[in-house]
Write a protein that binds this ligand. Sequence first.
Ligand code: NAD
Length: 359
Amino acid sequence: MAETKKIAVIAGDGIGPEVVAEAIKVMKKTEELFGLSFEFEHGLFGGIAIDEKGTPLPQETLDICKNADAVLLGAVGGPKWDNNSKELRPETGLLGIRKELGLFSNIRPANVFDCLREASTLKPEVLEGTDLIVVRELTGGIYFGEKFRREGEHGEEAVDTCVYNVAEVERIVRQAFDIAQKRRKHLTSVDKANVLETSRLWREVVNRIAPEYPDVELEHVLVDNCAMQLLRRPASFDVIVTENMFGDILSDEAAMLTGSIGMLSSASLGEGSFGLYEPVHGSAPDIAGQGISNPIATILSVALMYRLTFGYEAAAQAIEDAVSEVLNSGHRTGDIAVDKSSAVGTTEMGDLIVAALKA
Ligand code: NAD
């Protein structure tokens, strides 16, 4: 029996609780099959926390997260809170939790399930074999630099500054090399070193660290070229590492390769093995409470948690295989179904994946 791991569960709003319930079902089945052991502690977060505690991120929720080995998050937000002031918006809680937990990288896999290739806007033959991860720096760069307005020679000007220090680049680049080493051992570092000084520093640091990972093949690609190559030859990428703004854009582009938001998992990591795992999608208020949301993105986030935080590779692979098997046998939730009338609901999809899990 593996050591008991503490999981903070923050289901959130809208479809968050529905999809998180299915992910927990899958975790419980893997406890049985792989001798794993989890202790779940639930916390309020987002809109529901505003309603019940008067803040999107109550201190007790933060304490539950800080005490845990990993966090499983559903989604937050909804029209009910859209017109609230900034401090009372669910999304403010998201920024707060990332900052408080020291999460400096965001990891987004984009892998195309063969049976869903038709759902993408790209040609199936271009997509064949696509299985990549974007590692995005989350706490530095132009989004966090000094911003101001001033009176210039030609009138009003706006200034955004982009700053990166060596330590910030080093920690994310090492993390990306570590991930690449556990995969197909290919790392693409994306920058704009032909024009930006921060990018030149980025590239220097990457080149300095590379010899520590002699088994990982490294390539540098300029961000504009990378945006093109993602559409032209997506299958040739393994791990892409890049700074905050480039990563924001490229990870959304990569996400679209797979065709459906209901399938996309993500992780935000800090120092050590701690991580927060969540689906890429939001709280989908338009379908909340109907039992039709796709739980696969959240279930695949559990596979990411097993792999990146706990090193439970066999159980992670078993979850991904179970998802593939269920999709290959033709089961679909409404968002990925061609024939909507035969779509399965959220709990049924969860049950099918649980039933397909094998040790
Ligand atoms: P969304 O991702 O919630 O929904 C976009 C569309 O995709 C909707 O039509 C929705 O029904 C569909 N969809 C999303 N997830 C699905 C799933 N699992 N199964 C089936 N269909 C799914 O994005 P939005 O509508 O722009 O935002 C809704 C709310 O969620 C907003 O309040 C927004 O701020 C919030 N949001 C939260 C997060 C987060 O918690 N990390 C991320 C994005 C948006």
